[in-house]
Write a protein that binds this ligand. Structure first.
Ligand code: ADP
Ligand code: MG
Length: 346
């Protein structure tokens, strides 16, 4: 039997421990082991953006491929600039300052996905938690546990129902949006679009574990995507086999700080205003596009194993693997059937 070409992006993550201002980046990238058959060397480039390491790998050669990759990164940077609550001068800032804005283009599309995830999860996903996220400061060099009153006040000013359906935010009304739970996935989708439009046949865009594969990998074996073990950053919980796939993972091990042995991580439960304690360590979601996968992964993480699984099962083309604190894998019906999944041997 011919040895197969094995390659697979790992749904890896950058992790920031708030205890140290220092950034710990753990990048689990593509495993490439060549078999006898010669396949062209992929072009690969990594850049730091959207708070994480983004890797683009394409099976194409030469200057054209390198230019396509460069354009894909530029597109992602453009999206970050237009939608990040940490970058001044965009509509997110205008709305926070109560100056009013009419969302259009990328920001409007991201907001639509965010609203749809908020409605589907009954508000467990909420793109208006900017003030609360800022209070906790997780992933910054000034994380802290806020007081009850601060939390209550920030929650009082949040709520996805306050987002006008038209995307027209009137002046005088302040709302602190944080689209961080969905923007990266959207940027991955757009980067893939740029690569395809540039004539690239196959590749991977991986924004710290929000990733999408496209085309047929040389050697025609399926893409293999590693799902990170939430307990051991360099290990895999399992490997998924798929054709083209959009996948995102949310976990309590990605960004956090610790005080007296308690871990405070970056996914907040709008019901409590505190880091979600739903019994999950990680939520991995597969969806028709990466923006939706990203939003639903965050939502499922907040909802927990039962309600999270329910949310995913209800949506067409959506699958998921939820790993709970007791180490149990809760999977939707398409995992293991539509998407072969090899779980790590204990
Ligand atoms: P990451 O950004 O590490 O990939 P997620 O996609 O799960 O992880 O998004 C988490 C980010 O989304 C947080 O850093 C914060 O900006 C924002 N966020 C936190 N809690 C929520 C929530 N309940 N709903 C929507 N966004 C959230
Ligand atoms: Mg997300």
């Amino acid at each position: 039997m011919m040895p197969r070409n094995l390659s697979g992006p790992l749904a890896g993550r950058s992790r920031i421990s708030g205890k140290t201002p220092f950034l710990i980046l753990i990048v689990l990238t593509v495993i490439l082991a060549s078999g006898c058959r010669r396949t062209p060397e992929p072009v690969r480039e990594t850049r730091f953006m959207m708070g994480t390491l983004v890797e683009i790998l394409v099976y194409a050669q030469g200057e054209d491929a390198a230019n396509a990759v460069s354009r894909a990164f530029s597109r992602m940077a453009e999206i970050e600039k237009a939608t990040s609550c940490r970058i001044p001068g965009n509509d997110v800032e205008s709305v926070r300052e109560g100056e009013g804005a009419l969302f259009s283009g990328d920001a409007a599309r991201i907001l639509q996905t965010a609203i749809s995830a908020a409605v589907a999860s009954s508000g467990s996903f909420d793109p208006t938690l900017g003030e609360l996220v800022d209070l906790w400061g997780i992933g910054t060099d000034r994380p802290r546990v806020p007081g009850e009153v601060e939390i209550r006040d920030a929650l009082g000013r949040s709520g996805y129902q306050k987002i006008p359906e038209s995307g027209r935010f009137p002046p005088g009304e302040k709302l602190w949006l944080d689209l961080g739970g969905v923007a990266k996935g959207f940027a991955v989708d757009e980067a893939v679009k740029v690569l395809k439009d540039s004539g690239v046949g196959a590749g991977i865009v991986d924004a710290g574990g929000d990733l999408r594969t496209f085309g047929v990998k040389p050697g025609s074996s399926p893409w293999k995507v590693g799902v990170q073990d939430p307990d051991q950053s360099r290990e895999l919980a399992g490997i998924l086999e798929a054709g083209e796939i959009s996948i995102a993972t949310s976990g309590d091990y990605q960004r956090y700080f610790e005080v007296e042995g308690v871990r405070y991580h970056h996914i907040l439960d709008p019901a409590t205003g505190r880091p979600a304690r739903s019994g999950l360590k990680s939520a991995t979601v597969l969806a028709p596009d990466c923006a939706l996968a990203d939003a639903l992964a965050t939502a499922a993480f907040v909802l927990g194993p039962e309600r999270g699984l329910d949310l995913l099962e209800k949506r067409d083309g959506v699958e998921g693997i939820l790993i709970s604190e007791d180490g149990i894998y809760h999977t939707t019906s398409g995992i293991g059937t539509r998407f072969p999944f090899r779980k790590k041997q204990p």
